[in-house]
Design a protein around this ligand. Sequence first.
Ligand SMILES: [Zn+2]
Ligand SMILES: [Zn+2]
Ligand SMILES: [Zn+2]
Ligand SMILES: [Zn+2]
Ligand SMILES: [Zn+2]
Length: 442
Amino acid sequence: MSKLSQISESDESQDDRAITAVDYLNEQAELEREARQLMPYEPEVCTYSMGALRQPLFACLTCLRTNSNQPNGICYACSIQCHSTHELVELFTKRDFTCDCGTTRMKSNGCCKLRLRQLSKEKLIDMKRLSADNPDQGDDIPSLSNSYNQNFKGAFCDCSKPYNPMDDSNMFQCQFGAVCGEEWFHEECIIGVRPGVINRRKPTKDKAHGENKLDNLSEPGLDASADNVAKSNLNIDESSDDEDEVLPLPGFPKLETFETIICWKCTEKYRKEFECLCDALGYDKVYNIRADSLEARNTLLKREDSKKRLSEENYPFTIFLKDTFKKDIAKLLKDNSEDKQYQGLIKLMKSHSFMFEADPIYQPPDDPESDDNSSIFELGMKSLNRMPVESALGGIEAYEQIKNKLTEFFKPFAQENRVVTKEEVVEFFEREKENAASRNQS
Ligand SMILES: [Zn+2]
Ligand SMILES: [Zn+2]
Ligand SMILES: [Zn+2]
Ligand SMILES: [Zn+2]
Ligand SMILES: [Zn+2]
């Protein structure tokens, strides 16, 4: 608890102490990264030797730059242990991917430390000799089946923007992925209008709730963007009203009516098959109609309608899969196995069996370390891992939220000059978990 008491013992002004809490968390994360490098514990298994897996991936932009712009994807363990000081982009999960750490795609970073350690443990190599005789490290063969899209350079969606968890627009990952590389798409980009074109905030109701505008001003010294983040996170609480709520996107299916999507780039390549699928299952589809505004898009749609020609012949479409989609597709294939008009679809689905069969994500083995030795940050991260996450881009968004909520949590302690106990932190996370669970149920 020594680090924590530093916060409460500091006798700076209140605003400065609020910043201290943010700094504390950042500093703590940095310290732990360093600690992991020096004395690594789980996760300590690189997934390279397991071959192509569906797993959480990271792209290392530092290694991208130092390897003639050759994109790479690394496993979770390597992101922590081999590239901890590098600039990483979280890619969430992708299928059929083999870790690139220590392969010839990223020679500049040398061998994968985790695999080297494993080999030396198994006495297959002599570490000392290796470094002396073989300065040319990082020679493992990269998998030929890895497929790289723009995500590996830090760009996402049709609009090729970096991912920003604070955007008003939700993003969805394409379930099919054969054409787009399991790309993520903004709601707006799915319908064909760029994010930001449509204002998705409610007009500010002046004093509608007897609200004091001064309450919304940033505190002096607190980073404005971090402050906004903290405020929008506070809004998640039941107690707050919907001032900052993002409005649903017109023309986009309600978020609770579907689980995932097949993007318009993927359906376009197999148009007949996916039209067949969508018609048979009665799932929603939305046309991708590039336009500068929602009005312009609607005009284009109406023009199509008036010609009595359904727009589907002219525009690509995204399919919205319900949460029962695997069962639904499996049944469809079974019930129509003899039907001629389904043969194309059946063939396509069978060559992408994850569309109707289980498709588990590789999970790194659990950290065996006992809770007693865990730092406050780890306690948080552990609780976070167990927390039901509702958002599409669960990981990083939840991380940002929890970081900001923690910051909010710290503020009163800093202001009242009190020491935070571990129990209070655990309680905080328990409460967050319950909140998240009850949000998921509603
Ligand atoms: Zn790895
Ligand atoms: Zn790297
Ligand atoms: Zn590695
Ligand atoms: Zn986009
Ligand atoms: Zn796709």
